[in-house]
Design a protein around this ligand. Sequence first.
Ligand SMILES: Nc1ncnc2c1ncn2[C@@H]1O[C@H](COP(=O)(O)OP(=O)(O)O)[C@@H](O)[C@H]1O
Ligand SMILES: [Mg+2]
Length: 314
Amino acid sequence: MTQNSEYAIEVTNLTKSYKDFPAVDDISFTVRKGEVFALLGPNGAGKTTTVEIINTIRKPTSGKVTLLGMDVTKKKYKIIPRIGVLPQGFSSFDRITVKETLQYYSRLFRNKNTDINGLIELVNLKDKVKEQYKNLSGGLQQRLGIAVALVNDPEVVFLDEPTTGLDPRARREVWKVLLDLKEKGKTIFLTTHYMEEAELLADTVAIIAKGKIKTMGSPGELIENNANYMVAMLKSVDENVFEIVRKMGLSPAYDSRGHINVRLTHTDDVRKMLNTIKKSGASFSGIDVRKPNLEEVFLKLTDETFQEGSIGIT
Ligand SMILES: Nc1ncnc2c1ncn2[C@@H]1O[C@H](COP(=O)(O)OP(=O)(O)O)[C@@H](O)[C@H]1O
Ligand SMILES: [Mg+2]
């Protein structure tokens, strides 16, 4: 491995145990320079542990991790000036303004050349420069956190759950900042438990659960490789349709709009289901048959049930 490798990050057989518990269990992957890589997984999957080993905060139990060609356990002080980190649950000094916060972190990095105004513009906080941290909404605080992670103009940026806890609008505004950052060609390592976030932002997604990587690829590949079933959506259904479908041995689920989603393996099952409903005299206004989305693939791979409300929400 050389400094000129096409990879920004190489993780080989990484394991991290807390006492006897393997929080990260023999995972391997690479992150190409300039890509957005998302580690997608439910709470407790091992995302933060993985990120914090790569960005030199925690020590691995075993395995090898290199960042920009350097072993993370040996070159910490060479690595730190070249990376930026937005930790999970970022917080800053309550009474310090947006601009002062960036000036402070910039000095911490002894970085004389930080383009503070450029950063403020990038994260869209121009009209908040004089606002104290404590008066910013959650979304604005996270955007400031992203700017903080960029004060040293890092080559690789780590963002650990940057939008958790934000309302949908604030989340979209953070996404916009991240898309702009992606445009600039930064290597971004993102963790998230929001599938739409991974689907929207990432070039490569690795799905992690219980310390293991279940699958990895572009969002399109993950859907293609794991979509060995279809989702049929029955619209404006009679009350008894749910029961009829369930009695056929299928697993119907209502979505937030009151449609019924049914997972089917064969095209023939669509015809069978429609015939059975028709024979029973029940009615519905239409049917859509489609491939699963990343959320459904995620739920399948992380062993969560195909439950009510779990699909159709975007
Ligand atoms: N410092 C620690 N000591 C003991 N257990 C930990 C520690 N950090 C994390 N864990 C455990 O390791 C597992 C993975 O945690 P974490 O990496 O924080 O997951 P995620 O970020 O995906 O939610 C969890 O079961 C968590 O409780
Ligand atoms: Mg975490």
